[in-house]
Design a protein around this ligand. Structure first.
Ligand code: SOE
Length: 381
């Protein structure tokens, strides 16, 4: 096995999911590459040292530029807040490092274009951690669609619901709460949650052409955790949009952090001429499937328990009937990335794919302002 020295930037929620994936991937997947947890980087020395010890990182840095310059690092993994993605990518690509980046790719499409250009010019392997593509049930949906089981697709319906920002006492900004600060996150639920739904939708059903959207910020002011002062909230707390896919499918997307009782519900339903498919992350190992060609008497929605060896990724885990969970989506994604290195089919979504999602997010946010249908951008880089 070839060693691949990894430098991780960021030790929050995503730093943990990625560290776990780097540690476990070779235990479950037969791969030519073995990640070595070389160094983790974050600004707070005490905390990054403790993180390194806990997860088995060999060393730590407190300045990401130093990490990027290190000769003993092959791959930079960006797990830090969204407003850092561009600068790190540009430096890492220039240094010839492979790059993994947490979603969303960037603060906006303009940044995403620069990043995509940089990694492609440098010719470095790259992938964005849209982990839900690696939920076995969602990967199974992709297989069924690619087999033509749905026929012409009429409708695509997606929801991504949470409830953790309902309290008006919750501050914005700082560790853990930077997702509420638009200057760090770029946007609210559009970039953070709908980006997942959009990535899945484009993967399953192709390019999105036009959108019309509405957004709302329910709590207008929050204390900023870093300044202690009340500041205007400029993220979108909720967003709903209509879309037309290039293939003619009509779609609805909805996301909010104000759906009391919904912690992380990510759903979609696709209605085709021959069959329909539905998925709900609250029941992650099941895929609902309705096939109109089944005999009329017994026809109905079936709930496929996606745990058999024949199902995507499941031959790598336990035995049929047993399940995997959230953390495994990151391990599966990393396995795909490592498995694709040096081959003609590197893992996706790469930066260019994630840029397509970014164009949809930008068009959605623009439409919410103009109150008009907006055309989704297409990359010219
Ligand atoms: C936000 O709460 C969040 O952690 C997102 O940032 C993740 O991408 C999503 O998978 C779970 O929710």
């Amino acid at each position: 096995m070839k060693k691949l020295n990894v430098g991780l930037i960021g030790y929050g929620f995503m730093g943990r999911t990625h560290s776990n994936a780097f540690r476990k991937v070779n235990q479950f997947f037969k791969l030519d590459y073995q990640p070595v947890l070389k160094a983790v980087c974050a600004r707070n020395e005490e905390k990054v040292k403790a993180f390194a010890e806990n997860w088995g990182w060999e060393s730590y840095e407190t300045d990401w530029r130093k990490l990027v310059e290190r000769k003993d690092i092959d791959l930079i993994d960006i797990g830090s807040p969204n407003n850092t993605h561009k600068e790190i990518t540009l430096a890492a690509a220039k240094a010839g490092k492979m790059i993994l980046c947490e979603k969303p790719l960037s603060m906006n499409a303009k940044e995403g274009e620069q990043m995509t250009k940089a990694v492609e010019k440098a010719g470095v392997a790259n992938m964005v951690w849209f982990n839900y593509r690696r939920v076995p049930a969602i990967a199974l949906a992709k297989q069924l669609i690619d087999q033509g089981r749905l026929g012409r697709v009429f409708h695509y319906r997606a929801k991504y619901l949470q409830d953790w920002t309902i309290s008006s006492d919750l501050p914005q900004g700082g560790a853990g709460l930077w997702r509420l600060d638009a200057s760090v996150a770029g946007s609210g639920v559009t970039g953070d949650l709908l980006a997942h739904s959009i990535d899945t939708a484009i993967w399953l059903n192709g390019h999105i052409d036009t959108v019309t959207a509405m957004t709302e910020t329910f709590i207008k002011e929050r204390k900023h955790a870093l300044t202690g002062k009340k500041q205007e909230v400029t993220i979108d707390d909720a967003c709903a949009f209509l879309a037309r896919f290039k293939n003619g499918t009509l779609a609805t997307f909805e996301s909010t952090r104000y759906a009391r009782g919904r912690k992380n519900q990510n759903t979609f339903e696709i209605n085709g001429e021959k069959a329909s498919i539905a998925f709900d992350l609250e029941d992650p190992h099941r895929l609902s499937f309705f096939d109109h060609k089944d005999d009329a008497l017994s026809r109905g929605w079936r709930s496929i328990h996606v745990t058999d060896f024949e199902h995507p990724y499941m031959d790598k885990w336990w035995v049929p009937g047993t399940t995997i969970g959230y953390e495994h989506t990151f391990i599966n994604a990393l396995a795909d990335f490592l498995g694709g290195l040096g081959t003609k089919s590197p893992a996706r979504p790469n930066f260019r794919d994630a840029l397509d999602t970014q164009y949809v997010c930008d068009a959605v946010l623009k439409s919410a302002k103009t109150m008009k249908w907006e055309k989704v951008g297409v990359s010219k880089v």
